[in-house]
Design a binder for this molecule. Structure first.
Ligand code: NDP
Length: 432
């Protein structure tokens, strides 16, 4: 806390991991002697920079850009960019720290990083977003590259923004290094399934969790938060696997459709960049509840997929009382520590984001592979790879939790398995 003041989300993420690792450090004295944990909690590098761009009236605007390279023990720094007014250095550090364990769990040779800016894309024209992306990349380009640091999307950064970012990178460097950014549109080297991957991956993880309890998603009711990339694709895959998705949300409130969300209508609204209150205009029996979260709607399955600390203890109590069976975090750290305690005490299957939402970064690694070999895999092949990776991550978490006397504890399993992989690489690389 003394070295990293005013970074509560970073402290929260570190505290959660350290809590799981105590028994591991007690068992492996050499890891303590090498001070691996202290080293792992200090980013290898952090850059902060000024981003100046002009709005549609020709007025110069100022934002702050960030990129944190947390660990390159397993491969080049890898992690998304977030454009949201709430972004601070502490936000980026917490996300990059989580990424260490997530990326290690994929087994795909990925280091960990994250970046972003306090830019708010809401209400900005396409031209403004493009000029912001170009200004942001004009500094970022010197810190990244296919063997150094490979950004992707996150909140506020999707295919459109990645296209503008890559366009500027290509212009400045005079190279078509497609492997420098992942999540690109298919026409410029993007992989099939990358857009869907995080949401699909969460659902494959849930499927595996329920299977350990002799259950399936078929016939279940589900509630999600958010209605962005992760939430909409999780909703689509839950629907494919027989679940009924009752609700989702955005920053203005919750959309509840008791007969199951119409994904075609949702898609139409999101494509037009409209808010969810437009849905009842097209589906009159649905209700939009301004200023609320979806957690008091009874459901079997919950997927928080908006942002950090969006589900607190009282939400967890409400979900538990209403019969929740399983929760998988689609967002990064969406549940507060007190909420997680409620789920643990109630015996509800709980999957942390660093395991359940790893499908996005895993498919980014598949995009890097395709960019390097100039191959193009089709959708079903890539989706099959993703499903296999998610089942493997699920099994690794469970086996590791078992081996460390925490049966069924996916959080402990994810933290310990991720840590041991990175610790092994750091030991092999020598002190640095
Ligand atoms: P998007 O920008 O596509 O969507 C974000 C959604 O969450 C929107 O519906 C947005 O509402 C809502 N939201 C964002 N911030 C807030 C807030 N402070 N309060 C309430 N609602 C909010 O982002 P993604 O779907 O890509 O990301 C969602 C989460 O998933 C993040 O935690 C991200 O880190 C995580 N994640 C994403 C991955 C990816 O591949 N994209 C990979 C792994 C994790 P509104 O539109 O009104 O702002």
């Amino acid at each position: 806390v003394r070295r990293n003041p005013a970074e509560p989300e970073f402290h929260q993420a570190v505290a959660e991991v350290l809590g799981s690792l105590e028994p591991v450090l007690a068992r492996h004295a050499h890891l303590r002697e090498l001070r691996l944990l202290e080293r792992l909690c200090e980013p290898e590098r952090q850059v902060m920079f000024r981003v100046v761009w002009t709005d549609d009236h020709g007025v110069p605007r100022l934002n702050r850009g960030y990129r944190v390279g947390f660990s390159s023990a397993l491969g080049p720094y890898k992690g998304g960019l977030r454009f949201h007014p709430s972004v601070t250095l502490g936000t980026v550090k917490f996300l990059a720290f989580e990424q260490i364990f997530k990326n290690a769990l994929t087994g795909l040779g990925l280091g960990a990083g994250k970046g972003g800016a306090d830019f708010d894309p809401a209400g900005r024209s396409d031209g403004e977003v493009m000029r912001f992306c170009q200004a942001y990349m004009t500094e970022l380009y010197r810190h990244i590259g296919p063997h150094t640091d490979i950004p992707a999307g996150d909140i506020g950064v999707g295919t459109r923004e990645l296209g503008y970012l890559f366009g500027q990178y290509k212009r400045i460097t005079n190279r078509f290094d497609a492997g420098t950014l992942t999540g690109k549109a298919h026409t410029i080297g993007g992989s099939h399934v990358r857009t869907e991957a995080t949401g699909y991956g969460v659902t494959y993880f849930l499927e595996a969790m329920l299977a350990t309890r002799g259950d399936t998603l078929d016939g279940k009711t589900a509630v999600l938060s958010g209605s962005g990339n992760v939430a909409t694709h999780a909703a689509a895959k839950l629907h494919d696997l027989g679940a009924t998705v009752l609700a989702c949300s955005d920053s203005t409130g919750t959309l509840h459709d008791p007969s199951g969300l119409r994904l075609d209508v949702l898609h139409e609204i999101k494509t037009a960049r409209r808010k969810l209150d437009a849905y009842p205009e097209l589906v009159p029996h649905a209700r939009f509840l301004p200023g609320t979260t979806p957690w008091d709607i009874p459901c079997d399955i919950a997927v928080p997929a908006a942002t950090q600390n969006e589900l607190d203890e009282s939400d967890a109590i409400a979900l538990t009382k209403n019969g929740l069976r399983a929760l998988a975090e689609g967002a990064n750290m969406p549940c507060t520590p007190a909420a997680i305690d409620v789920f643990r005490d109630a015996g509800i299957a709980f999957a942390p984001g660093k395991a359940a939402n790893a499908g996005g970064v895993a498919t980014s690694a598949l995009e890097m592979r395709q960019n390097a070999s100039r191959e193009r895999w089709d959708f079903p092949t890539t989706d099959q790879h993703l499903a296999t990776i998610m089942r493997e991550i699920h099994d690794t978490c469970l086996t590791t939790a078992d081996e460390h006397d925490r049966p069924g504890d996916y959080t402990a399993g994810a933290n310990i398995a991720g840590f041991l992989t990175v610790a092994d690489a750091m030991t092999t690389l020598g002190i640095a």
